[in-house]
Design a protein around this ligand. Structure first.
Ligand SMILES: Nc1ncnc2c1ncn2[C@@H]1O[C@H](COP(=O)(O)OP(=O)(O)OP(=O)(O)O)[C@@H](O)[C@H]1O
Length: 269
C-alpha cells in the first residue's frame, strides 16, 4: 500500500504573549492511498493545527510532515482543502467560485468543460438557483456547500476537510455524507476529515484517530470494521453501536481532561 502522508514525531508550539503553548505533541501516523482518516478529539485540542501542517499552512516546530515522501512546504493542487473559514471568495458569484480552481494552471480545463463541471456541482449541492448570487446572499449552510463544491470540482486526489458538514442541518448533513461516499467510490480519493461527530467518523472513515486534550497526542487509532461501499443501514448494526459507545467514552475522557485544563489555561514555561 502506498503511503501518501506521514506525520513523523510532529510537535507544534505557538509563542504567545503568555508563553509557549504546546498544541500538537509527538504525533506519528501514516495515511495510505485510499485511506479515509477521521480525526476526533475535544474542541481546541489541536486538530485543525495538525491538519493545517499537512495542508501547508503551518510548519511543525519539531518532527516532519511528508506528502508523497517530500516535506510539505506549502499548499498544493493535489491537496484539496475545505477549512472552516477558507475557500469562498466573497467577490465572486457562486458559479465563479466553483469555476475558480478550474481556471488555475494546475487544474486548468477548457471553458466548455468548466461550465459543465460547474453545473454538475451546482446541481449536486442544491445551488443551481443561486449560480449568479454572491456568497453574502447565501445562508451559512449554503456557503459551506459552496466550499465543498469548489473543492470537489478540481478533483484533488487528497481531501483535507475540517468539520465540512458542521454548519449543516441534519438532513443536508446526511445527504452530504452520502455524496462524499459516492465521490470517493467513483474517484478513489484519500481523505483526512476532522469531525466532532462520532457517528459521522464511524460512518465515513476507514480509520479513526482519537486525539487527546491539548496538546493533541494520539490517544488511539481505531480501524473501522465496515467494508465500502457503505450505506446508512450500517448505522443499525450492533457493531456500529458498540464502536460508537467505545469512542464516545474515549472522547468524553479527553473532553473532561480538557475542561480541567481550561481552569486556568495551562501554558508551559
Ligand atoms: N496561530 C496561533 N497562535 C496561537 N495559538 C493558536 C494559533 N492557532 C491556534 N492556536 C491555539 O491552539 C489551540 C488548538 O487550536 P486548533 O484550532 O488546532 O484546535 P481544534 O482541535 O481544531 O479546535 P476545534 O475543534 O474547536 O476547531 C487553541 O487553543 C488555539 O487557540
Amino acid at each position: 500500500m502506498t503511503t501518501r502522508a506521514q506525520f513523523d514525531k510532529v510537535s507544534l508550539a505557538f509563542e504567545t504573549p503568555k508563553g509557549r503553548l504546546n498544541v500538537v505533541e509527538n504525533v506519528s501516523y501514516d495515511i495510505n492511498d485510499g485511506d479515509f482518516i477521521a480525526v476526533i478529539g475535544p474542541s481546541g485540542c489541536g486538530k485543525t493545527t495538525m491538519m493545517s501542517m499537512l495542508a501547508g499552512f503551518q510548519k511543525p516546530t519539531t518532527g516532519s510532515v511528508l506528502f508523497d515522501g517530500q516535506p510539505v512546504t506549502g499548499p498544493g493542487p493535489e491537496r484539496g482543502v475545505i477549512f472552516q473559514e477558507y475557500g469562498v471568495f466573497p467577490w465572486l458569484t457562486v458559479k465563479q467560485n466553483i469555476a475558480f480552481g478550474l481556471t488555475l494552471r494546475a487544474n486548468h480545463v477548457a471553458a466548455g468543460e468548466r461550465d459543465s463541471i460547474c453545473d454538475h456541482y451546482l446541481g449536486l449541492m442544491g445551488l443551481s438557483d443561486f449560480a449568479n448570487s454572491y456568497p453574502k446572499h447565501l445562508s451559512g449552510g449554503m456557503r459551506q456547500r459552496l466550499a465543498i463544491a469548489r473543492a470537489y470540482a478540481v478533483k484533488p486526489q487528497f481531501l483535507l476537510m475540517d468539520e465540512p458538514f458542521g454548519a449543516l442541518d441534519a438532513q443536508t448533513r446526511s445527504n452530504m455524507q452520502n455524496l462524499l461516499l459516492k465521490v470517493l467510490q467513483t474517484e478513489g480519493k484519500t481523505v483526512m476529515l476532522i469531525t466532532h461527530s462520532v457517528e459521522e467518523a464511524i460512518y465515513l472513515a476507514s480509520r479513526i484517530v482519537v486525539v487527546t486534550a491539548r496538546p493533541a497526542r494520539i490517544r488511539q487509532i481505531i480501524d473501522v470494521p465496515f467494508a465500502y461501499p457503505r450505506d446508512e443501514s450500517i448505522q443499525e448494526r450492533p457493531e456500529f453501536g458498540e464502536l460508537r459507545s467505545y469512542i464516545k467514552h474515549l472522547v468524553m475522557d479527553e473532553y473532561r481532561a480538557q475542561q480541567a485544563q481550561m481552569r486556568p489555561v495551562s501554558f508551559s514555561e
